[in-house]
Design a protein around this ligand. Structure first.
Ligand code: FAD
Ligand code: SF4
Length: 509
């Protein structure tokens, strides 16, 4: 008898643990394009197109390799439109009683598979550099979990950027002090490669255009890699052309430049078209060959070997309750401007515009513009989380939730971040050119034209004083607030309240 082998839309890896366990001579691979996943939350059309196109191409590759694939297209009349529904339908068709799967990166799906009336063999996802056991034994007994220390473990484990004497290459673990430069417009700015849709992708684009036209986001200009070969080309291009300057400019933001020196590899990486360890090794090789400076290579490797592995470890360790955390008890609704982009705040309107166009924004836009604003005004973290999960092509819960709820919104009470990522307009002004073209004045601290980030920053700190005043990384800032003239403090708080009242009333802000 045959067994079913589930391959989800973000598990498009030939040596996926479920495929390794299965027998291509007798088992049936199940893949399904379902509304239950594409529509909850309403994902960006470019993200749905990426996943469906890559799934169709991967299914064809599996068939060419001798697998039997039961593939459900979205508009197939018998499609059950849910993962469990499709598995049960296929189990009946093939008289299968067993399912082999790789653990999904989402607790909802893990629970759904575990509850199926089939014998389920759920295998670990081995596409990560650390195992969950490794992460949890590292985490055990630590008062604080900090990425930097876990990252060092991963450097030691893989030997990446390590010397024979066990010391980190160049003598330091982290070269961030050489980074964090603002960027200027540059005619020679290397562009990201664009992969023109082939016939399969074109057919998917038409499908998505007609079935999901009510979702936030533009479908035009789709150019993500959708095969392993194209993803490898995208990685080569990044390493040759943008990695050398990745380090210094990783925190920079520039109007009209959505990508700067970022890799834009997360969409391919997160659905299985690229291997994270291989990518780190290639960045290291480029450094050892003298093509890339150490601060850029190390900065990039840290994002993958450190952050990506670390956030996954936390999400998986914490369990299904992670996404309902709300440590700061924030309950404001997500403002409409996150969908419309209609606001006089140039930084926010640019971040939303790029997100709508590209299903992409880079880390500092996500953290210090959209995330910062939502945290300052106290948006319900679940609404923030749902927004990020829907609008970005690389968003899957294991990586999106800890970044949004944990790093950006402090909703996990500090498991992931040692202090809340909040800033006034000053930081945005330092790292971008947004303020030059803004209706608000970043230098103005109070009054009608004052940058809202300047007002809301103090409003947030004042509101959460009890919680954060004793945090050693925030003591100086509370001391500054305390030293400020009492009338000025009152003015800032009342200006912030007035701004929030206008925002809540739906007025254009
Ligand atoms: P680069 O800047 O080129 O970085 C290289 C790679 O490092 C990325 O491709 C990514 O795989 C990894 N990486 C970098 N930072 C992180 C991080 N903090 N956590 C995990 N991996 C990281 N990343 C996602 O992959 N999916 C998400 O849904 C997601 N949501 C986020 C939400 C918020 C609020 C924040 C602040 C960050 C989020 N990130 C998410 C992390 C990061 O912003 C993206 O990984 C990055 O912007 C992807 O673009 P890139 O490939 O050009 O990255
Ligand atoms: Fe954003 Fe304030 Fe700068 Fe305007 S002035 S772009 S609102 S930080």
């Amino acid at each position: 008898v045959s067994r079913l082998v589930l391959v989800l839309g973000d598990q498009l890896t030939p040596d996926l643990s479920a495929l390794r366990e299965a027998d291509r001579a007798r088992d049936v691979v199940v893949m399904a394009e379902v509304r239950g996943e594409a529509g909850r939350p309403k994902h960006h059309p470019k993200k749905i197109a990426l996943i469906f196109a890559a799934m169709r191409k991967f299914a064809a590759r599996l068939e060419a390799d001798g697998w039997t694939v039961a593939y459900a297209r979205l508009t197939d009349p018998h499609n059950a439109q849910s993962i469990d529904g499709e598995l049960l339908r296929r189990a009946k068709d093939h008289d299968a009683k067993e399912l082999i799967c790789t653990t999904p990166g989402d607790w909802r799906l893990i629970q759904l598979l575990d509850d199926l009336p089939l014998k389920v063999t759920r295998l670990p996802d081995t596409r990560f550099i650390s195992t969950q056991e490794e992460f949890e034994s590292w985490a055990e007994g630590r008062k604080e979990l900090r990425m930097e220390f876990f990252y060092r473990e991963m450097r030691r484990k893989t030997g990446i950027l390590m010397n024979d004497d066990g010391k980190p290459e160049g003598g330091k673990w982290n070269y961030d002090h050489d980074n964090r430069e603002p960027a200027a417009h540059d005619l020679f700015q290397p562009k990201i490669p664009r992969f023109q849709p082939d016939a399969v992708t074109q057919e998917v684009l038409e499908l998505v255009g007609s079935e999901f036209s009510d979702h936030f986001g533009d479908l035009d200009g789709f150019a993500f890699p959708t095969t392993h070969e194209d993803a490898a080309r995208a990685a080569d291009d990044f390493i040759a052309n943008r990695l050398p300057r990745f380090g210094p400019y990783q925190d920079a933001m520039l109007t009209g430049e959505a990508y700067l020196y970022h890799s834009v590899l997360s969409p391919a990486l997160n659905i299985g078209l690229l291997d994270p360890l291989d990518l780190c090794r290639r960045a290291e090789a480029a450094y050892r060959d003298g093509q890339v400076p150490l601060n850029s290579a190390e900065g990039f490797i840290r994002q993958i070997l450190g952050w990506r592995e670390f956030v996954r470890g936390i999400y998986m360790m914490d369990g299904p309750g992670y996404t309902s955390r709300n440590a700061l008890r924030h309950h404001r609704d997500l403002p409409w401007l996150y969908w419309s982009g209609e606001t006089d705040m140039a930084c926010l309107s640019e971040a939303v515009r790029q997100t709508r166009e590209n299903a992409y924004a880079h880390h500092i836009q996500r953290l210090m513009v959209t995330g910062n604003f939502a945290l300052l005004i106290g948006v319900d973290p679940q609404q923030v989380q749902e927004w990020y999960l829907g609008v970005y092509a690389d968003a899957f819960e294991w990586v999106e939730a800890p970044n949004t709820l944990g790093m950006s919104q402090f909703a996990d009470g500090g498991m992931l971040a040692s202090k809340p990522y909040v800033s006034s307009g000053n930081y945005i002004d330092k790292m971008s050119d947004y303020c030059d073209g803004c209706t608000y004045d970043v230098r103005q601290k109070t009054g009608a034209g004052a940058c809202p980030f300047n007002l809301l920053y103090w409003w947030f700190l004042d509101r959460h004083r009890q919680r954060f005043e004793k945090n050693h990384r925030m003591r100086t800032i509370y001391a500054t607030w305390q030293r400020m003239d009492a009338n000025k403090r009152r003015q800032i708080l009342s200006d912030a309240e007035a701004f929030l009242a206008r925002l809540d009333s739906g007025a254009h802000v």
